[in-house]
Ligand binder design. Structure first.
Ligand code: SF4
Length: 278
């Protein structure tokens, strides 16, 4: 049987997607206020993946590895219409699953995993998605991050799944610095107050996806900028990173290069060898 275990590793995507140099750890006393602000406009955030039961959530999260939620949501309505339970998915089979998801990256391996995990859910768990991290991680294509998302979103456990956005935001802001997703997860577990743990994953993910973006963070629009310790905060959207300790917004001057005056053509000697009169 084909089994893959997607245990999060410090991939190039995680480690180098953007500069994350921070001036140090965020103050403990500020962390509560950071979450209060993130929660203000979105008190009960949810995943942007489309699903209608724990099984379709599990499949959607497996399909979302190294793909966008938007891309997954384009493919899954037809797939879930054909099969929204492990039994129906197992009957559908790998080849047909592949056809439904061929617009998503790594669709060959993902089709194999979805078919295999459906069969395992039937064999080991009576077709029910287990509310247990270890049992979830034993399924093909399910690693720690996927298990955390399912535990949180489907069963309401206060787990924090560290994806590329949360990894970046935690390091940049100084909230929970760490060299690997696992280290960041452990740091978040320590510093996030219990009140905010249930939705911390979503708030940090959405903040990373829409505000603290990988290439150019939108610091002027950031609600938590005053607590963030990132060295290279931007001053205007899409603008150049501001140097630390620089507070004034400098306008970029248009550089005008002066043209060098052309050299005068050397005076030609008259044909008779005498100098020309001035
Ligand atoms: S201030 Fe900038 S770098 Fe810091 S969290 Fe906000 S968007 Fe990200």
């Amino acid at each position: 049987m084909f089994i893959t275990k997607s245990v999060p590793r410090p991939t190039a995507k995680f480690a180098c997607a953007a500069p994350v140099a921070s001036l140090g750890a965020m103050k403990k006393t500020d962390i509560d206020e950071v979450f209060r602000r993130l929660a203000k406009n979105n008190p009960a955030p949810q995943t942007e993946l489309t699903y209608d039961n724990p099984f379709t959530l599990l499949v959607a999260v497996v399909l979302s590895a190294q793909a966008t939620d938007v891309g997954v949501n384009k493919a899954t309505p037809a797939l879930f219409k054909a099969a929204n339970t492990p039994e129906k998915m197992a009957r559908l089979g790998e080849a047909k699953i592949r056809n439904f998801i061929k617009t998503i990256g790594l669709f060959n391996a993902k089709a194999k995993n979805v078919a295999a995990l459906s069969r395992l859910l039937i064999d080991r768990h009576n077709g029910i998605v287990p509310e247990d991290r270890e049992a979830l991680e034993a399924l093909p294509g399910v690693g720690r991050k996927t298990a955390n998302v399912v535990m949180n979103e489907a069963f309401g456990h206060p787990t924090i799944a560290v994806d590329t956005h949360i990894f970046r935001v935690s390091n940049r802001t100084g909230l929970a610095p760490g060299k690997t997703p696992l280290a960041v997860e452990a740091a978040l577990e320590k510093v996030v107050p219990e009140t905010w743990k249930l939705h911390a994953h979503h708030w940090l993910l959405l903040h990373g996806r829409y505000i603290c973006k990988a290439r150019v963070p939108d610091c002027p629009a950031c609600q938590i900028a005053e607590f963030c310790t990132f060295k290279g905060k931007t001053t205007v959207e899409g603008g150049a990173p501001r140097k630390p300790a620089t507070t004034k917004l400098r306008r970029t001057k248009k550089v005008v290069t002066k043209k060098k005056p052309k050299k005068k053509a050397a005076a030609k000697k008259p044909a008779n060898g005498r100098k020309r009169p001035r």
